[in-house]
Design a protein around this ligand. Structure first.
Ligand code: SAM
Length: 221
């Protein structure tokens, strides 16, 4: 069995009893980064063997994990934070494991975009999740398309690109309400809302740091 185990996005208390039990019981934990996950695993005295599985892992690594699963081993897949497969490595492994006829079971938990949406104050019965926006190719086409989007839009952004994105959004979506969630579940968690221009002014005051989720209201909100 391959378990897809969600882990905290900051606050290490945000992990389920079931996730902890599975991580203790499996034969192997496939981690995006064994050192990053090591901190959380150490806190919960989980001594299960670890193997790395990251975005650069090749078919050889997938085949190795499938062979272990076929031998009857139980493996848990975790990423650096949140739910594996959500803008994180996992999809190719999960697809290959399913194709091999091996069971895959999800152990639910946090995801940064859902955590941000839940407290955003914007309508979230319907939303469009975009992961990270394309940096170059397809970006302008996507932004033009989003001018017509009626649902709330949510995406991930890096601290290095947030100001550039807000400048661009001020051109494409000057009237739309935005919410920026930064450092969710951590000491410096903050939610800031306003127009792209207002948020640009706010985040330009000092070099942006930390992890960001950007949410934008749909066209008619
Ligand atoms: N798999 C993860 C999930 O389920 O949310 C997402 C992984 S993606 C590689 C990492 C991005 O998620 C970060 O660059 C940031 O945009 C967002 N993120 C992760 N943790 C966050 C946090 N505590 N606060 C705000 N954004 C966060």
């Amino acid at each position: 069995m391959l378990y897809i185990v969600a882990t905290p996005i900051g606050n290490l208390e945000d992990i389920s009893q079931r996730a902890l039990r599975i991580l203790k019981e499996v034969d192997l934990i496939a981690c995006e980064d064994t050192r990053t996950s090591g901190i959380m695993l150490k806190k919960y005295q989980i001594e299960t063997a670890k193997i790395s599985f990251h975005s650069y892992s090749d078919q050889g690594k997938i085949d190795q994990l499938i062979d272990l699963l076929k031998e009857g081993k139980n493996i848990a897949l975790i990423s650096d934070a949140g739910t594996p497969g959500i803008s994180d490595p996992g999809f190719l492994l999960i697809q290959a494991v399913r194709q091999a006829g091996i069971a895959v079971s999800p152990i639910p938990g946090p995801s940064a975009f859902l955590t941000a949406l839940s407290a955003s104050g914007l309508p979230i019965n319907h939303f469009l999740y975009l992961g990270f926006l394309p940096v170059k190719k397809g970006r302008q086409t996507l932004l033009k398309k989003l001018q017509e989007e009626e649902n709330t839009i949510v995406f991930y952004e890096s601290p290095h690109r947030i100001l550039k994105t807000l400048k661009e959004f001020n051109e494409y979506f000057p009237e739309r309400k935005l919410v920026i969630a930064r450092e969710l579940t951590k000491i410096y968690e903050e939610f800031q809302s306003g127009s792209a221009k207002e948020l640009l002014d706010y985040f330009s005051k000092k070099t942006p740091k930390g992890e960001f989720v950007v949410i934008m209201a749909g066209k008619d909100f």
